[in-house]
Design a protein around this ligand. Structure first.
Ligand SMILES: Cc1cc2nc3c(=O)[nH]c(=O)nc-3n(C[C@H](O)[C@H](O)[C@H](O)COP(=O)(O)O)c2cc1C
Length: 316
């Protein structure tokens, strides 16, 4: 899949997920064969005001390349400045969030609200296109509501404004994450534009990824929630390994994840808190995982957490 000057092959991408696809998780996924990763969404206003919280989200490790920065906002000039900043930091591409359904974001005209503001969405793409030389992407939903499905028309318009590729998560804003994603809309967008389309939504297995490509003709597949606790999955979808990890490997990778988290957060205590949800995901389906879940609040050091995971994964 060619996105302007960037080639991603095989075209499997880790979706942007706020609070999840931070630098430690992206680095882990890349090292396990995921061909490309997105940052979680970062506020363009935070970036241009040098807010430490936003700038921290833009930190990445050398082994994350190709890494795509996802930004959100509604002011074309601010989005262009933020995109330029991402380019200067060394990101391989910039992605515009047009899918976030959360009110805090949409009430300011950003995220999925841009699906309803095609004029402004096109202005944002054009402003970023003028500002940077790296590829420019946008991630769309199918529309704002079942009565306002407009992914095809908007994608066409954004491509005319200079977009290099478009990702489609075919749920409406009003659906949030409920019901299933309507892959037919991915097929419609694919047929309508002459840039690569990345399909997203409910891809949970290697077979799902294949099926999405076959049914929609999309150039790339993006995987989100199914990669939680399973950073091997995008690499497996890319064909780089065939077998799921065994318990030993799950434990080993969890420990690496935890160490990377401590490095990134600069605090063992905060890293442990953030790793609690990952510990639950890594041990999904393992007998006795409920006991670990209930005891997570009592684990105060990295050594405690590694020991508890070993007891569950290796000694049981
Ligand atoms: C916890 C969480 C955080 C998310 N954060 C973002 C985000 O920052 N930017 C974005 O474009 N989409 C975000 N998404 C949406 C995902 O990228 C993806 O479109 C959605 O989960 C559907 O794909 P899936 O079925 O593979 O999970 C988020 C989803 C979840 C579950």
């Amino acid at each position: 899949m060619k996105l302007g000057t960037l080639t991603i092959e095989p075209a499997v991408l880790l979706a942007p997920m706020a609070g999840i696809t931070d630098s430690p998780f992206r680095s882990l996924a890349r090292n396990l064969g995921c061909p490309a990763v997105f940052t979680e969404m970062v506020s363009c206003e935070g970036i241009i005001r040098d807010q430490p919280g936003s700038l921290r989200l833009l930190f990445f490790l050398p082994d994350e390349h190709p890494v795509i920065a996802q930004i959100f906002g509604s002011r074309p000039e601010a989005m262009a400045d933020a995109a330029l900043h991402c380019q200067a930091l060394g990101f391989d591409a910039v992605d515009i969030n047009m899918g976030c359904p959360v009110k805090k974001v949409t009430k300011n005209g950003a995220g999925a609200a841009l699906m309803r503001e095609p004029e402004n969405a096109a202005r944002i793409v054009a402003a970023i296109r003028r500002a940077v030389t790296i590829p420019v992407l946008a991630k769309l939903r199918s529309g704002w509501s079942p009565e306002e499905i407009n992914a095809v028309a908007l994608a066409r318009r954004l491509v005319d404004s200079g977009l290099d590729a478009v990702s489609v998560h075919p749920r409406t804003r009003s659906q949030f994450y409920s019901l299933s994603a309507d892959w037919r809309i991915i097929a419609q967008v694919t047929a309508a534009v002459d840039v690569p389309v990345i399909g997203n939504g409910d891809v949970r297995t290697v077979e799902d990824a294949e099926r999405m490509r076959r049914q929609t003709g999309c150039a790339g597949v993006m995987v989100g929630r199914a990669a939680q606790g399973n950073p091997w999955l995008p690499g497996r979808m890319a064909g780089l390994r065939t077998t799921p990890p065994g318990r030993d490997e799950i434990h080993r990778v969890f420990c690496i994840h935890l160490e990377k988290m401590i490095d990134w957060m600069g605090s063992q205590r905060r890293a442990i808190m953030r790793m609690r949800k990952h510990a639950v995901w890594y041990t999904r389906g393992v007998k006795g995982a409920a006991t670990l879940r209930h005891g997570l609040g009592n684990l105060h050091t990295a050594a405690d957490m590694k020991r508890a995971m070993a007891a569950l994964l290796l000694d049981n």
